[in-house]
Design a protein around this ligand. Structure first.
Ligand code: SF4
Ligand code: SF4
Length: 103
C-alpha cells in the first residue's frame, strides 16, 4: 500500500505531515512528498486530511485494486470517496462523516 502526492495539486498546507503516524511525509519547497512510499501502511489519515485532492491512495493487487487509486473530497458532512480505475472509469462512494470509521 502506498500513496502518491500530486505536486501540482499540493498547496503546501502541510496538514498531511502532521497526521501521518509514521512521520513519512516530508516538506520540500513548500510541497509535501513521501520519501519512502513502501513504508506507508495505508492508514489513509493523510488522504482524509488533504482538502486539495492532492493525495491518491493506491489500491494494489494485494487488496484487489488492480492499480486503481482512491482519494476523498468533502461536502459538508459527506465524504466522497472517489475510486479511479486503471481503465479510466470512476466510482464514487458517499459516506456520512460521523460513520466514516465504521468501514
Ligand atoms: S494536505 Fe494536501 S495540500 Fe496540504 S501539504 Fe499535504 S498534500 Fe499538500
Ligand atoms: S496513508 Fe497513513 S501511513 Fe501512509 S503516508 Fe498517509 S498518513 Fe502516513
Amino acid at each position: 500500500m502506498s500513496i502518491r502526492i500530486n505536486q501540482e495539486a499540493c498547496v503546501g498546507c502541510l496538514k498531511c505531515i502532521k497526521v501521518c503516524p509514521g512521520s513519512l511525509i516530508k516538506e520540500k519547497d513548500k510541497k509535501a512528498y513521501i520519501k519512502y512510499p513502501k513504508d506507508c501502511w495505508g492508514c489513509v489519515s493523510c488522504v482524509k486530511e488533504c482538502k486539495f485532492d492532492a493525495i491518491d491512495f493506491y489500491l494494489g493487487a494485494d487488496i484487489g485494486g488492480n492499480a486503481s487509486t482512491m482519494n476523498v473530497t468533502y461536502e459538508g458532512d459527506i465524504l466522497h470517496w472517489k475510486i479511479k480505475k486503471s481503465d479510466g472509469t470512476v466510482k464514487t462512494i458517499d459516506v456520512f462523516s460521523k460513520d466514516s470509521n465504521k468501514y
